[in-house]
Design a protein around this ligand. Structure first.
Ligand code: 5AD
Ligand code: SF4
Length: 431
């Protein structure tokens, strides 16, 4: 989401007549986009801004950490030139034009059209469809900083995707903190919209249907998901539209029912596993990835072992493990952060090792299969080795003998000859 917001800011600044610098050294102005989901993330952003200020750059800070700190941001960074919250980035061109610095903007009202600004070029694009989050998980600061859920009108999203496709974009990734809640809090479709040709009644599958009919869009991804959104209609959309990639990032956070309840995740272990089963029943190769938190307050060894066994049962293709970090103002911040750092690290390490083994096992099953791979380009280290991704978001690499005939954004067929925990190696085969 931050990558997308930064891209929008770049596009807005270029449209306002500014020029993109070749790099940080040459830049007169540097804007850092910040995250505050864990304390470390925030410290990293603040530290970076401190260095830029020391290098005497004109400096802006945007994003989630700004919203969390509020006016205190200028206490921590007295020489910061401007700071804007996650929904206020559309004001940056105006702030630069007016030049009354320092300035702080935390407002929730989006500048019209700022969400649709994209930089030119490329065949992949992120499209924000849902802002904010209303889930209120006990540990999570996102609802406090990114505000209430707001679904963009479907017509606006489809128009944006159509414009991107006309410029050569082939793959879109639809973004929302809990993207399957699209159209739940506020209506995304209105009376004037034509009815769904396939009879879809749920707003998100209906949006997928509409985007799948945009000429030129070959692949549709979306992130992140919640098991409650894994409905029959979603699976029907997967079945009816092969453009929708066979991958879902479905954060589980814990495999212990007790911890899940404490976290306020609103599903049980069994319900979560049922959602995964539904996707794999539809397609056994369906890739499911996840996020897990280790060391949540009161997490026992038994809770942790429940997470381990859930991860094996779900057969995750990849997983991201986070050490619990108390965030000010969240419900869990009132609980003692009682799992020692060394123990959080151990649990993190155990899950990483489990994932290496599991990733290897999952990928071993794909040896001998042919993947439809969208080409990304040559690897940085070895120009004769190219890479791309399959529908399941798996990285696939292959050797190019002599002059490469592949172009990035093209789809090639690659037969898998070798599997690793995080990558597949193969050779191109004719169509
Ligand atoms: N501490 C550790 N990890 C967290 N996440 C969210 N909040 C916290 C926190 N307070 C993780 C979750 C989420 C991912 C983006 O970050 O796993 O899915
Ligand atoms: Fe970080 Fe959450 Fe903000 Fe994303 S929404 S930048 S994960 S705090």
């Amino acid at each position: 989401m931050n990558v997308r917001d930064s891209e929008a800011v770049e596009a807005l600044l270029v449209a306002a007549g500014h020029e993109k610098a070749a790099g940080e050294e040459e830049a007169e102005l540097v804007i850092v986009n910040s995250c505050t989901v864990r304390q470390k993330a925030e410290e990293k952003a603040v530290g970076k801004v401190g260095n830029l200020i020391a290098a005497k750059k004109l400096t802006g800070l945007m994003g989630c950490a700004v919203k969390r700190m509020g006016a205190d941001v200028f206490k921590r960074l007295p020489k910061l030139d401007f700071a804007v919250g996650p929904r206020a980035f559309g004001l940056i061109p105006r702030i630069l034009e007016e030049g009354r610095l320092p300035r702080l903007e935390l407002g929730e009202d989006l500048v019209p059209d700022c969400l649709a600004a994209h930089v030119e070029g490329g065949w992949q694009a992120f499209v924000t469809v849902l802002l904010g989050c209303d889930n209120r998980c006990s540990y999570c600061i996102v609802p406090d900083v990114r505000g209430h859920e707001y679904s963009r009108p479907a017509r606006e999203v489809v128009a944006e995707v159509t414009a991107l496709a006309k410029r050569g974009v082939k793959e879109v990734c639809l973004l929302g903190q809990s993207v399957l809640r699209y159209g739940v809090r506020n209506a995304a479709w209105d009376e004037k919209d034509a009815p769904s040709p396939g009879g879809y009644t749920e707003p998100f599958p209906r949006l997928l249907e509409a985007i799948a009919t945009v000429p030129g869009i070959e692949r549709i991804r979306f992130t992140s998901a919640h098991p409650k959104g894994c409905t029959d209609e979603l699976v029907r959309a997967y079945r009816e539209f092969p453009q929708i990639c066979r991958h879902l990032h479905l954060p589980v956070q814990s495999g212990s029912d007790r911890v899940l309840a404490e976290m306020g995740r609103r599903y049980t272990r069994d319900e979560y596993l049922a959602a995964v089963r539904k996707l794999r029943d539809f397609d056994p190769e369906f890739a499911v990835t996840t996020d897990v938190i280790v060391g949540y307050p009161g997490e026992t060894e038994a809770d942790f072992e429940a997470t381990r066994s859930l991860m094996d049962e779900a057969g995750f293709d990849n997983s991201f493990v986070f050490k619990y970090s108390p965030r000010p103002g969240t419900r869990s911040a009132a609980l003692p952060d009682d799992v020692p750092t060394a123990e959080k690290e151990r649990r993190d390490q155990v899950l990483l090792e489990d994932q290496e083994r599991r990733g290897q096992e999952r990928n071993d099953r794909l040896v001998g299969t042919v993947r439809e791979v969208m080409v990304e380009g040559p690897s940085k280290r070895n120009k004769s080795r190219w890479s791309g991704r399959d529908s399941g978001n798996r990285i696939v690499v292959w050797d190019v003998a002599g002059e490469a005939t592949e172009k990035s954004g093209e789809t090639v067929r690659v037969e898998v000859t070798e599997a690793h925990p995080q990558t597949l190696v193969g050779r191109p085969v004719p169509r």
